[in-house]
Design a protein around this ligand. Sequence first.
Ligand code: BG6
Length: 528
Amino acid sequence: MAADTRGSASGAKAKLPQQRPGNPLRDNADRRLPRVPPPCALVVFGITGDLAQKKLLPAVYDLANRGLLPTSFVLLGFARRDWGDGEFIELAHKAAKEHARTPWREDVWKRLASSCKFVPGAFDDDAAFDTLAETLLDLEESHGVSGNAAFYLSIPPDSFPVVLKQMQRTGMADNIDDSITGYWRRVVVEKPFGHDLASSRELNELVDSVFTAQDVFRIDHYLGKETVQNLLALRFANTLFEPVWNSHHVDSVQITMAEDVGIGSRADFYDATGTARDVVQNHILQLLALTAMEEPVEYTPDAIRIEKLKVLRAISLPEDLPRYAIRGQYTQGWLAGQRVPGYVQEEKVPDDSTTETYVALRLGVQTRRWAGVPFYLRAGKRLPRRVTEIALTFRPAPHVPFTASDTESLGQNQLVVRVQPDEGVTLKFGSKVPGTVMEVRDVAMDFLYGTAFTEASPEAYERLLLDVLIGDATLFPRHEEVEASWAVIDPLEEFWAGQEPAHYRGGEWGPTEADEMLASDGRAWRRP
Ligand code: BG6
């Protein structure tokens, strides 16, 4: 990039950008330049599924629209449908048009449509996989794509083994060093990564036997969210927050992932999974890791993984599980003026299901920075509103010179990172109420992405897909992190096994047991 010479006297030397030593976000490369992948193919297994239609196809269109796909690019769909390219293009058109973030441009779509291909087949159909492998080989001549391919497994986890073995058999996957082959082959695995520690280990071993570790991209779409990445910027690009980001100043941390929706049409998946495995094991523990981790030595996949892993391995469960590990299930209720069914009344959910749709937990992080600070986590469906946030509550001032009545409306200082919606950060602190007496009341200072920036946030999948095609693994959990997270969840599942969940009415903030849990610690949940 040319150095900025604006404002310099003519003939004066251009000022070089300053290196800031000790900054983990520094890099010699200019990360602001658009990153465009090399010629490549994206092969999606399960292209007709929900995820592909709502997220992946629109994300590919958005990337094309922003000019972030290479000129030689092929989108290859694989699914059990008796389809040709035409039907696939029709599906992709509908999905992209309905869910894309960026404006619709027919010329962009037409160009993308000309690189869409479809191979029909079942996962156990050898002939179909042979055709897929041949199609990949032919891409060099037809589209100028010579070897680079990412395989996205947007399929149920029980189909991973058969698909991976087919890729191995046909030579589509390869675990040979990219510098020897001259091209890369990557695999993208959607969560859940197993359903417990043992099965995640098995899955990791299987994937690692077919692909090299650095070619495996595990998607946790929360890491693709701008606000989640901003946690690192907030903490490590500033000086303001780090000095108070520890047990000397922080009283407690609350991480909330509330959803107003129910389980929709995902009963088969959800009833066998539950909230702890669906979102706590991955999204919430990743948020906790980013909140609690030490500064990485640099902004690279390995440096970040090392720090996150240290946190995940330092997590401790409370001894009193009945009090601090609550699971709930929603019953019939009201949400936004509408009557909503209970969980067991949802289509395809068994009447006697004990699967949880809500979890509240108290965890500890046994490090010098965090020992003694409770991390309260909660996640649930059919709560009053959709909101994900991380709230740090600070200790009260050791001494306040004002009277108790002066400070009646003063709470504890709080820093809230709003992951979604209303993306931004709020700082809550006490201020003097205008008037002739000294009265202190809580006020809030807000940073809102929507007003502070004109740049639009890419959708999480768009960002992550681009990273896969570029080969940037910074925002993808490694298998050690996945295993460390299961090591937290396994004992909880064991404790809950065979127990009835507590109940809460749809549209309420979870079961009363969750409120009692905080009340017994002398605290209360935030009402976001
Ligand atoms: C998914 C879970 O990983 O995340 C869903 O499987 C959940 O159950 C979803 O609804 C929430 O994602 P987001 O981005 O809408 O918060």
